[in-house]
Design a protein around this ligand. Sequence first.
Ligand SMILES: [Mg+2]
Length: 224
Amino acid sequence: MTASLRDVGVWIFDLDNTLYPASCNLFAQVDRRIGDFIADHFGISYDEARVMQKRFFREHGTTLRGLMVEHDVDPVPFLDYVHDIDVTPVAPSPTLAGALDRLPGRKIIYTNGSVRHAENVTKRLGIDGRFEAIFGIVEAGYVPKPDPRPYETLVEHYGVDPTTACMVEDIARNLVPAHAMGMTTVWVRSEADWARPDKGGVGTGSHIDHTVDDLVTWLDEVAG
Ligand SMILES: [Mg+2]
């Protein structure tokens, strides 16, 4: 299994809850700030904002997409505000850094968040400088995963042959377009309801080639 993965030409990594473990709860801060932003923007209570936030996430893939499509919200201040978080709950990972150094192939980060957020987190992890590019929500034209269009933009922009690419993600539904394009797919197992393969209308999870419990341990092994 791991031998064929060493032939992968391009690795495409999600950021949040993938390159760092969900257990450090970093995304809870972003989640909280999204609610605060909505409450402030519409002059409503935090609880009302949460209802709106959850509906946007469900119906549009991300809260930002819902805010933009339904309310014409400017994405720039939104992204600055929600990603202004304390990244110290993420522990530096020399093992992950070493694995990325040894892992053959190009490496790209593909996140529904901002490039600045990805830079902050990768610096904290000690894995900055290992990636050829960060493809964030701005680069994706504000169209989030799992809409297939930004996947196409990514592969065209970076000259990626999907059949030699491997995408690593914690949200199972985000691997559906990758699989359809011919990529190898790796699901970083998540207990979150919305991240599991049997949720989000993606069926049985047949679009997942490898399921991984601990990305660092697994990648360390794959890298040899
Ligand atoms: Mg994620």
